[in-house]
Ligand binder design. Structure first.
Ligand SMILES: [Zn+2]
Length: 273
């Protein structure tokens, strides 16, 4: 599932091709995603529009136009790719935006947990996905956000996945940041000392920054690619995620996997308390 570094990687690869360019053709299939796609909306409100900005908020991408904005979320398996019109379309291509320079942006989502909707500019901030987003871990006050959530009796991993606390963290980087900070993903948020909260804030920023520099994480089963089709290289630096049964890189003990609200946690029980 694409998280902040992957979505930001996609944003950076799309930006030079979208911002300042005009949408001259729209092909939209009426598919049921988590949200979207209503073809009439795309034709009526996005066709002919020049994109003025491509922004990221948490895991959402927002292409702002002159009259309306397109809001995207890649869900579990979504991709946004740049292609020439003659290039064959991947299965599950639900939306194609052709720009005045001839390149297409295609939205592909096999598992259909994504979002691709058109919104009025003045309705954007009220969208349920955006309205309650917490600060961005790369620019915002991570420590303050964690302190504010510090009375929660939920396991810290669940707090990190809560997009209203911090926007953009998913299961891979939550597990990795907790590993670096030496904190068990199962520990209650309210039972973490302030000194360790500070260490966790630092670990979150570091792991996301490094992953972004590596172009995101592409796991062995494939999945994430940038808009230009490149995989990311952060997977080689994962300390715990996906490494159940393998030795801990710090102590040589065994990384374990547990289920927690349907999403796995990976950790070293010796190094993470
Ligand atoms: Zn260990």
């Amino acid at each position: 599932m694409p998280e902040l570094p992957e979505v930001e990687t996609v944003r950076r690869s799309l930006e030079p091709h979208m911002v300042g360019s005009r949408v001259v053709e729209v092909e939209a299939r009426a598919v049921k995603l988590r949200e979207g796609i209503r073809p009439a909306d795309w034709h009526r409100r996005l066709l002919g529009t020049r994109v003025t900005a491509l922004e990221r908020r948490g895991k959402y991408l927002i292409a702002k136009g002159e009259r309306a904005a397109a809001l995207f979320h890649l869900g579990m398996s979504g991709r946004m790719v740049l292609r020439r019109p003659a290039e064959p379309r991947a299965p599950h291509t639900h939306l194609v935006l052709r720009f005045d320079h001839g390149i297409e942006v295609r939205f592909i989502d096999p598992r259909r947990f994504g979002v691709a909707v058109v919104l009025d500019l003045d309705r954007l901030d009220a969208h349920p996905g955006l309205a309650r987003l917490g600060p961005d871990p790369l620019g915002g006050d991570v420590e303050g956000a964690l302190q504010a959530a510090g009375r929660s009796r939920s396991p810290i991993r669940s707090v990190l996945l809560d997009q209203t606390v911090l926007a953009g963290i998913g299961n891979i980087y939550a597990n990795e940041a907790l590993s670096r900070a030496g904190i068990s993903p199962l520990r209650r948020a309210s039972a973490i000392a302030p000194r360790r909260v500070r260490a966790l804030a630092e670990a979150i920023r570091a792991v996301l920054t490094e992953a972004l520099e590596a172009g995101g994480t592409t796991l062995r089963d494939g999945g994430f690619v940038s808009a230009e089709g490149d995989g990311g290289y952060f997977a080689v630096k994962l300390e715990v995620y996906g490494r159940a049964g393998e030795p801990c890189l710090r102590c040589g003990g065994t990384i374990v996997r547990r289920a927690l609200t349907g999403r796995s946690v990976f950790y070293c029980p010796r190094c993470q308390r």
